[in-house]
Every structure is written in C-alpha cells, then in structure tokens.
Design a protein around this ligand. Structure first.
Ligand SMILES: NC(=O)c1ccc[n+]([C@@H]2O[C@H](COP(=O)([O-])OP(=O)(O)OC[C@H]3O[C@@H](n4cnc5c(N)ncnc54)[C@H](O)[C@@H]3O)[C@@H](O)[C@H]2O)c1
Length: 270
C-alpha cells in the first residue's frame, strides 16, 4: 500500500535536532505542513524557520513529552494552525548510562517516563483525532536496542525501546483495521546530538555500540518518510541490522553467545 502525504499535517516531538529534525525537513520537502516540537523552544523555532525559509509550512512549539499539558497545547496549536493532524511521530528518547547496578531507581523512572510514557502520552493526545478521521499515520521511535541485545551499559534505554516496539505492534492490531498506518522506526547508529541526552552514572565505561554502520540524520529522515509512504510496520536502517534481527529471532541463545564474543573482542582491543 502506498500513501499520499502531499498536503498532510505532521506533528513531531523532539524535532529540534537529529532524526526528528531531518524527518520534519523531509516531510516538508514532500509537501507536508509540520508542527515542529521540542523541549528546547529555540530549536523547535529554528527548524520551523528553516522549513519556512525553504518555502514550506511549519509551526514551532515548545513541548516536553513528560507533560500532558504541553502535548494538549500542541494539539490545540495544530488544530488552530491547520485544522487537522495526519502524521504523528513520537521521536523522543533519552539515555541513562552506567553498569547495571549503578543506575539508580529514580533514573530508571525518568527514562521510563520520557521514553515509554512519553510515547504513550503522544498516542493518547493525538490518536483520537486520527480515529475521528479514520485516517492518518502513527510513527513511534524504537531502536535496535529494543530488538536485540548489544550492550549492558544502558538497560533502561533497551527496556523502554523494547516496550515501544511491543506497544507499537500491538497497537497496530487495533489501528490498521481502522485505516490508520503504524510504523516503528528502529535505527541502529545515526549521527545526531544524542550524546547530549546521555546521563552517566557510576564509573565511566566505554560506550557499547551495535556492530552496524552509522547513517546520517538525513538518511534516517528519508527512511522514516518512506516507511510512512509504504506503510511499513518496522523500519530498520540497514541490512546488517536486518540480518541481526533475523539471527536473534532464530536462536536467542546463539545470538547472545555471539554478542558476548563481540564484547570480549572489543574489550581486548582496548
Ligand atoms: N542517534 C542514534 O544513533 C539513535 C539510534 C537508535 C534510536 N534513536 C532514537 O531516535 C530518537 C531521536 O534521537 P536523535 O538521535 O535524533 O537525538 P537528538 O538528541 O539529536 O534529538 C533529540 C531531541 O529531543 C529533544 N528532547 C529531549 N528530551 C525531550 C523531552 N522530554 N521532550 C521533548 N523533547 C525532548 C532534545 O532537545 C533534542 O532536540 C530517540 O528516540 C532515540 O532513542 C537514535
């Protein structure tokens, strides 16, 4: 199935930087009007201004995905500006980094509140409009961290990303028969400002990354938009990640052993 997005109205959270920003620019370039939101108001305004300077339509708004009130205000802004919403992308994800027992419970709560409940808040705020229309597309942002294990230095991140994948797939069972498309974007490595979103606990440890190639934010944004157009359920960023997802699904124990060997090899190289 291919969807037309020209003329659609999109709302994106965390769109002041990285993947959200690139997706906003890509959507605008393909004829969408975009409500660009971010906890950092200046960043949201800057991306909206960039879109307008290129001849597109955009509104910038401050929005913290930990706040129901902020999200309700974004819905109001969207309706006041464009009268509808068609594409909703929940994009915010933050990281608590440290060895498993170094990450305190309040950091776990904070990551769950932003990564998982932030996604739930976005869905609860915007889904009623899509359901009323009987059309639209929801994009959530998972990660390969939620699909297979490659690191033990950010357990809350992996756990919340796995939860985002599961909630997206189960929600698709409900939404697809109602005419609403659902995509979970699961990037591996994308060159963005994500390190700004990392809080470290305990002794500093070298970052454990998946053994897949990095892509640019622009490439990621283009993949998200193609995922919407093609109504893809899961969007990965490359073939290496796709093969790892298959290997993990086929034999989790063998996959874990191969990842342990990879981590040991990395440790020996240092
Ligand atoms: N970059 C990667 O390699 C990578 C890999 C897998 C998944 N992801 C996921 O992609 C998404 C986007 O990450 P990115 O790499 O573009 O990061 P980024 O840091 O470049 O952009 C994230 C934006 O979110 C904003 N933000 C932070 N907390 C917020 C909050 N509470 N409410 C609203 N906005 C908030 C930041 O101000 C920033 O502008 C995240 O969910 C991340 O987990 C990224």
């Amino acid at each position: 199935m291919t969807q037309t997005i020209d003329g659609a109205v999109a709302v994106i959270t965390g769109a002041g930087s990285g993947i959200g920003r690139a997706t906003a620019l890509e959507l605008a370039g393909r004829g969408c009007r975009v409500v660009v939101t971010d906890i950092d108001a200046a960043r949201a305004e800057a991306v909206a201004a960039e879109i307008e300077a290129a001849g597109g339509g955009a509104v910038g708004a401050r929005c913290d995905v930990a706040s129901d009130d902020d999200l309700a205000a974004v819905l109001d802004t969207t309706m006041a500006s464009y009268g509808r919403v068609d594409i909703v992308m929940s994009n915010v994800g933050v990281i608590a980094k440290g060895l498993p027992l170094e990450i305190p419970l309040d950091a776990w709560s904070s990551i769950i509140d932003i990564n998982l409940l932030g996604t739930v808040r976005v869905i609860r705020t915007f889904l009623p409009s899509l359901l009323d229309q009987g059309s639209g597309h929801l994009v959530t942002t998972g990660s390969t961290a939620g699909l297979f294990p490659y690191a033990f230095d950010r357990l809350p991140y992996a756990a919340t990303k796995a939860a985002v994948v599961a909630l997206t797939e189960s929600l698709a069972l409900y939404l697809r028969p109602k005419g609403i498309g659902v995509t979970c974007f699961c990037p591996a490595g994308v060159i963005t400002n994500i390190v700004e979103q990392v809080r470290e606990y305990g002794p500093s440890t070298p970052i454990q990354a998946p053994q897949v190639p990095l892509i640019s934010a622009e490439e990621a944004g283009a993949l998200v938009v193609q995922g919407i157009v093609d109504d893809q359920l899961l969007v990965l960023t490359d073939e290496v990640a796709a093969t790892m997802v298959e290997d993990h699904a086929r034999d989790r124990r063998a996959f874990l052993d191969s990842q342990l060997r990879y981590l040991e090899g990395q440790a020996q190289d240092r």
